[in-house]
Design a protein around this ligand. Structure first.
Ligand SMILES: [Zn+2]
Length: 298
């Protein structure tokens, strides 16, 4: 049984006051002062899963969003359709965040060729290879488990690749670029799929707050060289935007829940063992995004 911890805190960054009681409800997106971001990170304790939701004030200049693998096409038709549904809402979040001064990093893995003439690509293509970062990441490496996850059971069976379609799709590598629905600001944004380049850039610019979004949560978003686990290992203040993501999970596999409750199970694992999560509401002021086919109870 899950209990909600009703306390909501304002965490004073660098202040001696520590944590100050603010209110019973998460602060709204409009409450932040100029240059500030009000976010409401949620995590869960273990072994007893108590939900803890805080309210934090972050500086926009010290914050980046990394968008993982929002490809134009996936080998799974269902996954491609869900990206197409998610992308316009994600673009709205990115527009608001960019306007507030957040750094936007597009990371469509394996698609750098498409962007070779892009100023946003060139901005981070060279000059960001920090030896300290390289040492922590162990090179351009995936991280498939943190010590904190060692005794946790992975909450879904994704052994079949996670295609939820009938008939099943044939796996392959059809992705060529990021979906066009996500606008790239060539004056401000960055394009790279390198974990070393991203972490080196963040370090050079003094950016310590990292928001991950995109797909797929149970694979790339968690494990890639720029993913959640490596951000934890780098010591960054990383959160997942939990309504701006999707999983590769076949609902005909264990634990035989709907596709969307499968995603929820991964979010639960992340909040317990990897890092806190926020929603797009912290930027848009609107209810969190839900896929149109997600009609079940959360
Ligand atoms: Zn499929």
């Amino acid at each position: 049984m899950m209990r909600a911890n009703r306390r909501t805190f304002l965490r004073m960054t660098g202040g001696a006051a520590g944590m100050v009681m603010l209110s019973q409800r998460p602060a709204s997106a409009q409450a932040a002062p100029a240059g500030g971001l009000t976010v409401n990170p949620r995590k869960k304790t273990v072994p007893e899963p108590v939900v803890q939701q805080d309210t934090s004030l972050w500086k926009a200049q010290e914050t980046a969003i990394i968008i993982s693998d929002m490809w134009n096409e996936h080998w799974c038709k269902g996954a491609t359709a869900r990206v197409a549904e998610l992308a316009p809402v994600m673009n709205k979040v990115l527009t608001i965040a960019r306007d507030r001064g957040v750094t936007i990093i597009h990371a469509p893995s394996d698609c750098m060729k498409f962007y070779e003439d892009s100023p946003a690509r060139k901005r981070i293509q060279s000059g960001y290879d920090d030896p300290g970062v390289r040492a922590i990441l162990g090179g351009e490496k995936w991280c498939n488990s943190l010590p904190s996850e060692e005794n946790a059971k992975w909450p879904i069976d994704q052994g079949d690749g996670g295609c939820d379609c009938d008939p099943k799709c044939k796996s392959g590598n059809p992705w060529k670029r990021q979906t066009e629905a996500l606008v790239i600001d060539e004056e401000k944004d960055l394009i790279t799929d390198s974990g070393i380049a991203i972490a080196s850039y963040l370090k050079a610019k003094g950016i310590t707050n990292v928001i991950l979004m995109g797909v797929h949560l149970n694979m790339c978003v968690s494990g890639r060289p720029f993913g959640l686990r490596q951000q934890v290992r780098l010591g960054n203040n990383v959160v997942l935007m939990r309504d701006m993501t999707d999983t590769m999970y076949n609902s005909r596999k264990w634990p035989n829940v709907s596709h969307f409750r499968g995603t929820d199970r991964i979010i639960d694992h992340i909040e317990k063992y990897i890092c806190p999560t926020i929603t797009s509401s912290d930027f848009t002021g609107e209810p969190p995004f839900r896929f149109k086919d997600d009609t079940g109870n959360v």
